[in-house]
Design a protein around this ligand. Structure first.
Ligand code: ZN
Length: 364
């Protein structure tokens, strides 16, 4: 059933996880090649096991990754291939610019403590993972003409990895890497202030590395405040629970903080309760700076269009709002200013809007 896309124009996506956006066929292929047992033989069966179609708890969501991450982690060929195919998928979805995020440590099997996914020790370090993903994204960008940049994730429960994450951001700056993120379980008490994360974000500020943080998805407005005040984040991953603190919400609006909204994800993870109004509706009505994103389309059995369809069908989003939010996404992207302007011009042309006003006064 081919459904017409909810917004059939160039799009910008800022919040999507590389390891949550893998083709099921690719997982099957590498499982077979590497002799790793999976609980399924076909892509359809696999999707049933690792995919969700109704809300499940966070621990249930996280077990999904345990099935397939050992198939990809620790394989040079697999890591390059998922990055390449990711760009292909985004091109098909009409995304002209994407920032894809991942934890280099979760795909490594050497010089990482502890070695993730119960892998035997190998020789692929977090540093090499970044190099491999870069190669895949760059090849993909050439082949499919969707511009792809990357964000390296720190993990809340592994503050010991974070200092290396920021060093990798510096080493591979603009060789697709454009920013740093903090992902994982935000409800771990005090995790925004763990010394490893603090050190990494301080260094990011000092080195001009752009910053985003997962906060206020299932956690409270206080975690969003920590992300902004302690970690100096420029964007907030999800941020729905900001609405529970009116003063903070008004302040972030004034400061033009960008919210990376993931509608379908918020339903399946229970971050949003369907009996309440979706935060995206409030963001839309208040003309907040936010984007629409797919987060983990493999696990959510979705495409970016799933999120746009939900916004259009259930939240009253119009074509005008889709244009506005994509322009905001481009403005809040982590691209250098000149490339950001090119992207904005591309969108203005495609949306048949007059060219943007000169942005010279916004430059540092
Ligand atoms: Zn996320």
């Amino acid at each position: 059933m081919a459904q017409a896309p909810a917004f059939d124009k160039p799009k910008v996506e800022l919040h999507v996880h590389l390891d949550g956006a893998i083709n099921p066929e690719t997982i099957l292929y590498f499982a077979k090649q590497r002799g790793i047992a999976l609980p399924a033989d076909t892509a359809q069966e696999l999707q049933k096991i690792i995919g969700m179609d109704k809300p499940q708890s966070l621990p249930e969501f996280l077990t999904k990754f345990e099935y397939y991450m050992p198939v990809i982690a620790g394989s040079r060929e697999a890591i390059k291939r998922i990055a390449y195919e990711f760009v292909e998928t985004k091109a098909k979805e009409g995304v002209v610019y994407v920032e894809v995020r991942y934890s280099p440590h979760l795909l490594a099997n050497s010089k990482v403590e502890p070695i993730p996914w119960k892998q035997p020790e190998g020789d692929i370090t977090p540093d090499e993972v970044v190099n491999l993903v870069n190669q895949g994204l760059q090849r993909g960008e050439k082949a499919f003409r969707t511009k792809a940049r990357s964000i390296l994730c720190c993990m809340r429960h592994q503050p010991n990895w974070s200092p290396e994450v920021v060093e990798l951001c510096k080493k591979y700056w603009q060789q697709t890497v454009v920013g740093i993120d903090l992902a994982g379980d935000e409800t771990i008490k005090g995790s925004s202030s763990l010394p490893g994360h603090l050190e990494a974000y301080k260094e990011a500020v000092k080195s001009g590395i752009h910053r985003t943080v997962h906060a206020g998805e299932v956690g409270s407005a206080e975690i969003v405040r920590e992300a902004v005040d302690i970690l100096k984040t420029e964007r907030v991953g999800h941020g729905y629970h900001t609405l529970e603190d009116k003063a903070l919400y008004n302040r972030l609006r004034k400061e033009n903080i960008h919210f990376e909204v993931c509608p379908w994800s918020s339903y399946l993870t229970g971050a949003w309760k369907p009996e309440t109004e979706h935060p995206a509706i409030r963001f839309k009505d208040d003309r907040v700076n936010y984007s629409l994103n797919s987060d983990d389309p493999l696990v959510f059995r979705s495409t970016l269009d799933t999120d746009y369809q939900m916004a259009k069908r259930d939240m009253g989003f119009t074509e005008e709002e889709f244009k506005r939010l994509n322009i905001n996404a481009a403005r809040s992207s982590f691209l250098p200013e000149n490339e950001k302007e090119d992207l904005l011009n591309q969108l203005y042309r495609a949306y048949r809007l007059p060219p943007p006003p000169a942005t010279a006064d916004q430059d540092p």
